[in-house]
Design a protein around this ligand. Structure first.
Ligand code: HPA
Length: 275
């Protein structure tokens, strides 16, 4: 199993390196509706996931399924435009496969974005939240099974998964640019149902500020491999309003699209700030 994963990763990386000379230092994962958040990237290559050996193929609406490689703010960057969600039926190993590939490509730092439901009543639709911690409520786990010590340790510590310096950088950029940026705890759920009103209240009670169906497995895998992580959520709906509100995927994507320019400014500023 370990040998097979190593071989697959090597083949994916060899294919990508054969298509382009970019050697990414930073990886970016784009959430639903956030394609425009990387409009500042000078792309040198745009590779369909379907062409990369061993990559799963993405199916969900609002996800393009392409790996973009290029330069942005003077950094060599790999962008995963389209992600694999557990609710689509992928295994956890498939969900985190692209994260392992970008790490093998050389990325040491990862900026993960997502669309999520607001739990904290002070955080409103269209606003951004930098994730300072998470609660994993997805029962399956990306690190279950034999552990490859070459990737990371068997029992990874989780006391500081999100990089403090990157969070500070994001907060500084937000302040400078006049962007309202909250800090909070992201609760990862499997989906694909949105939450019932009672579930939203429960997730708020246990300490969540936002809830979403992605990110946590990716973060666990990235941290396992020693990557520095910054995660920014766009709040696309509010789960704990006095009168429960209907949530639709279309509204989630629309709210994320509207927030994409803010996300772009924030990411650009963070990229400029790193060495
Ligand atoms: N719940 C779970 N996932 C989500 C939500 C939500 O309200 N909004 C966007 N992704």
């Amino acid at each position: 199993m370990i040998e097979q994963l190593r071989r697959q990763l090597s083949e994916s990386v060899a294919y990508i390196r054969g298509r382009c000379t970019v050697r990414p230092q930073v990886a970016i994962v784009l959430g639903s509706g956030l394609g425009e958040a990387v409009a500042g990237l000078q792309a040198e290559a745009s590779i369909s996931y379907a062409d990369i050996p061993h990559f799963p193929v993405s199916t969900v609406e609002g996800h393009a399924g392409r790996l973009l490689l290029g330069t942005w703010a003077g950094k060599q960057v790999a962008v995963l435009s389209g992600r694999f969600h557990y609710y689509e039926g992928y295994s956890m190993q498939q969900v985190v496969y692209p994260i392992r590939v970008v790490r093998r490509l050389g990325a040491e730092l990862i900026l993960i974005t997502n669309a999520s439901g607001g739990l904290n009543p002070d955080i409103h639709t269209g606003e951004l939240m930098v994730v300072c911690d998470h609660i994993n409520l997805v029962s399956d786990h990306p690190l279950r099974g034999p552990n490859d010590e070459e990737l990371g340790p068997r029992f990874p510590d989780q006391h500081a998964v999100y990089d403090r310096a990157l969070m500070e950088a994001a907060l500084a950029v937000a302040k400078q640019q006049g962007i309202r940026l909250h800090q909070g705890v992201y609760v990862g759920v499997p989906g694909p149902t949105f939450e019932t009103p009672a579930e939203y209240r429960f997730l708020r009670l246990i300490g969540g500020d936002a809830v979403g169906m992605s990110t946590v497995p990716e973060v666990i895998a990235a941290h396992h491999m020693g990557m520095r992580i910054l995660c920014i959520s766009v709040i696309t709906d509010e789960g704990t309003t006095a009168v429960p509100q209907r949530v639709t995927h279309e509204e989630v994507v629309k709210a994320a699209q509207q927030a994409a320019p803010l996300m772009m400014k924030l990411m650009e500023g963070v990229l400029e700030s790193i060495e």
